[in-house]
Design a protein around this ligand. Structure first.
Ligand code: MG
Length: 173
């Protein structure tokens, strides 16, 4: 029962792991997004932000929904063969995967949204691997690549907001 899941954050970390994604790989994407502004930033420094994003209920529900849909398509368990076909080939105009990901970005403002668009285009790191592994291979990664991109984008945005706030606080002194 869902009520029995006391810690949905741990549940989501497990779901991501099952689908081949670690928090370190998401943090590396967030580091990539901040690399132009902070050249010495390490993946470890972004891990806190990734965990903070994953602690939000709205993000957890989006992760659970997206991964459940990917798994259902993969196992042929959706009651619509057209939808299964679209998801299995990761059809370019599908779009519902990106719309779900926007919900994750929205929790961290407009910087998260532009970060998401950027990393979705570049397909850096784990996002590229997921994307390639999910096209006509029998595996469905249609939702998870956008989920990972959005969590990384939100984590990078959180970092940027906090860093900017700290700098402005220093200027006030
Ligand atoms: Mg996708």
């Amino acid at each position: 029962m869902a009520e029995d899941i006391l810690d949905l954050q741990d549940h989501c970390v497990e779901l991501l792991k099952e689908r081949g994604v670690t928090l370190e790989e998401i943090a590396d994407c967030a580091r990539y997004l901040q690399a132009d502004y902070h050249v010495d930033l390490t993946t470890d420094e972004l891990l806190d932000s990734v965990r903070a994003v994953l602690s939000k209920r709205e993000v957890q529900y989006a992760i659970m929904t997206g991964i459940a849909l990917d798994k259902a398509a993969e196992e042929g368990k959706l009651d619509d063969s057209y939808l299964i076909e679209l998801m299995m080939k990761d059809a370019p105009l599908f779009g519902a995967d990106e719309v779900l990901a926007y919900g994750i970005c929205n929790t961290y403002g407009s910087i998260a949204l532009t970060n998401f668009g950027f990393i979705d285009k570049r397909k850096y790191g784990i996002i590229r691997r997921l994307n390639r592994a999910g096209k006509n291979t029998g595996k469905c990664n249609t939702f998870i690549d956008d989920i990972v991109g959005a969590v990384a984008a939100a984590a990078a945005s959180r970092f940027a907001h906090r860093w900017t706030r700290d700098v402005e606080d220093d200027d006030d002194k």
